[in-house]
Design a binder for this molecule. Structure first.
Ligand code: T6T
Length: 334
């Protein structure tokens, strides 16, 4: 009896020691050459899209036992705001790989190349450098990969949805963010391409708010005054969409002017439920963050290069599915 007890106790001890090795949750710190792996994450701007991406980054890092350093969130969009925060992040040292959403296709090329040349590989998330084709040698092809939405395809599909909402005729307007940012440029171009398929729809303008919601609201208000017969508006990201929806609501035109938006913030979801917005394209920021950490980890620890482009999908919210329990996972949350 005593012997059986001793055997059982011994077995329990072995299992207790071995269990963490097989556990699927948090791992021991991942290492590269005996040192723990540290990945830095530099977001584009302080907004729910990047907060949600950070959540995906941290969840995957916890699973893999990777340390994450997060750069200070820039409060405005652009290299002037992002570069100092990037410098401060890199100065923390001990970084094995950098994940960054470059806020310009051109201005971030040289600073990121310098980081890459120092032996810190770079993956761009959400936005890309140059034309985003890292598979052919060029000045901007040094990043390991671009991981983000197919913005052109999304823009095209938004145009097709909006066209249906307005009965395939009338004037439409686009509220955009910045002219030299890959994500929003592709959305605008995709939208133009999609709208061109409808001969009775005329695109009367595209303005740039530089990612300032108040400016977006003023620009859409002015567009509605200039063209009172606008029937559809596309707001291409969080702040341009929220500003556009506000302008349409202030003008008392909710419902009459259809508002198609991009980015599933809680604010836009509430506006959709209230009838002030008619369509939302939800990206998958947490998935982008998670895939980026996974790719970075494999590269640092096993030298496995990721594909040059990794493109998670997107979803559409309408009033028909906004309360669907399966759709709630696509609402951006910290
Ligand atoms: O739409 C996202 C992101 O994809 C884009 O590059 C910049 O704007 C957001 O962060 C939303 O504000």
């Amino acid at each position: 009896m005593k012997k059986t007890m001793r055997i059982l106790l011994g077995l329990a001890l072995v299992l207790a020691i071995a269990a963490p090795m097989f556990a699927s949750g948090t791992k021991e710190a991942a290492t590269s050459g005996g040192k723990s792996v540290t990945i830095a994450f530099m977001p584009g701007i302080s907004d729910p899209f990047y907060y949600t991406m950070e959540r995906g980054v941290k969840e995957k890092a916890k699973e893999l036992g990777v340390n994450i350093l997060v750069g200070d969130y820039p409060t405005t969009w652009g290299p002037e705001a992002q570069l100092p925060n990037l410098q401060a992040l890199m100065a923390r040292g001990g970084i094995d790989l950098l994940l960054i959403a470059p806020t310009s296709t051109t201005a971030l090329v040289a600073p990121l190349k310098a980081i890459s040349d120092k032996g810190i590989p770079v993956i761009t998330v959400d936005t890309y450098l140059g034309n985003g084709d890292y598979s052919k040698p060029s000045d901007f092809s040094f990043p390991l990969a671009y991981i983000g939405t197919d913005n052109k395809l999304g823009g095209k599909q938004v145009a097709e949805h909006l066209a249906k909402l307005i009965g395939e005729k009338g004037k439409v307007f686009v509220e955009n963010t910045n002219p030299d940012v890959s994500s929003v440029t592709d959305r605008g171009n995709g939208f133009k391409e999609g709208i061109a398929e409808f001969p009775n729809i005329q695109m009367v303008g595209m303005e740039y708010c530089m990612d300032v919601q108040q400016k977006a609201m003023e620009q859409v208000t002015a567009a509605l005054q200039k063209n009172p017969d606008i029937v559809g508006i596309f707001g291409v990201n969080v702040f341009s969409a929220q500003g556009a929806a506000q302008a349409v609501k202030n003008a008392g035109l909710s419902g009459a002017v259809k508002v198609a938006t991009w980015d599933a913030t809680e604010t836009l979801i509430a506006a959709l439920k209230a009838g002030d917005v008619d369509l939302i394209l939800a990206q998958k920021p947490a998935e982008i963050g998670s895939l980026a950490v996974e790719a970075g980890y494999k590269y640092v620890t096993q030298k496995v290069a990721p594909p040059k482009k990794i493109v998670p999908g997107f979803e559409f919210f309408t009033r028909d599915n906004v309360n669907d329990p399966n759709m709630q996972q696509f609402v951006y949350k910290k």
